[in-house]
Design a protein around this ligand. Structure first.
Ligand code: HEM
Length: 214
């Protein structure tokens, strides 16, 4: 019997896609500021700086929305993995992502409003949304208001360790985004996860692979 479930409320989807767009702008402008030749930049320095500042402020405001919304709706619980059997669940998910899905197996965790994520998603999203994003935002704000940064940190000029942290967390988030795009294709159809993130509905029937159809 086909199961349809409304998993992603509109507020979450609006947050997600605006955040995604701003993160992409941050990655491109940040790479231009950090890596490109000052004489022939990827994006002209002043333009890249403006894009980076405006998108960074946008992502910070959105993050407050994300944190308030998650705590007000209790959705933060979706991100906490069940410790009992955690290793086995991660092993099953790893097997599914790298072997099972290529053989046409169905995912073992089908998203429901009560449990949207498998253990791998939970751990990844905790790292991304509750560790890397706060680090990148706080260190970015320290650059935006350098007068608030400490004059010295660990014996260095105060902004140096902050710059390193900002870079490392930003790099981690860029790697996450690449992995996230791939993981988004690992439902039982390539497009199912993306469609869910657009419509809000998870449609189990749409997602049944050929060999699982009754
Ligand atoms: C083009 C960029 C992006 C695409 C195509 C995309 C796609 C998706 C898809 C398909 C899902 C569904 C669930 C899943 O597969 O895990 C999802 C959920 C999610 N994505 Fe993204 N994503 C993008 C960018 C981002 C970025 C940049 C972040 C954070 C920095 C992010 C954070 C999340 C979170 C936290 C969820 C779970 C939301 C919830 O249900 O609470 N995504 N995304």
């Amino acid at each position: 019997m086909a199961e349809r479930a409304y998993i992603m409320p509109i507020a979450l989807r609006l947050w997600h896609w605006t955040n995604a767009l701003l993160m992409i702008l941050l990655i491109i402008s940040g790479a231009s500021l950090h890596f490109t030749d000052p004489v022939i930049p990827l994006i002209r320095f002043d333009i890249a700086r403006t894009i980076h500042n405006v998108s960074g402020i946008g992502v910070s405001v959105l993050y407050i929305f994300f944190a308030v919304w998650n705590s007000a709706t209790g959705s933060w619980r979706q991100y906490i993995p069940e410790l009992k059997g955690l290793k086995a669940n991660l092993d099953r998910q790893n097997y599914y992502v790298f072997v099972g899905q290529l053989k046409g197996d169905a995912p073992h965790v089908v998203p429901t409003p009560e449990q949207k994520f498998n253990a791998m998603q939970q751990l990844t999203y905790i790292g991304v949304m509750y560790i890397a994003m706060p680090v990148v935002i706080v260190t970015g704000l320290a650059f935006f208001y350098p007068e608030l940064a400490p004059a010295q940190l660990f014996g260095f000029d105060g902004l140096l360790p902050i710059a390193v942290l900002h870079y490392v967390a930003g790099f981690g988030l860029t790697m996450f985004l690449l992995g996230h795009l791939y993981m988004g294709t690992t439902g039982t159809t390539v497009a199912g996860g993306f469609r869910m993130m657009i419509t809000g509905w998870h449609d189990e029937h749409d997602e049944k692979p050929e060999n699982e159809q009754p």
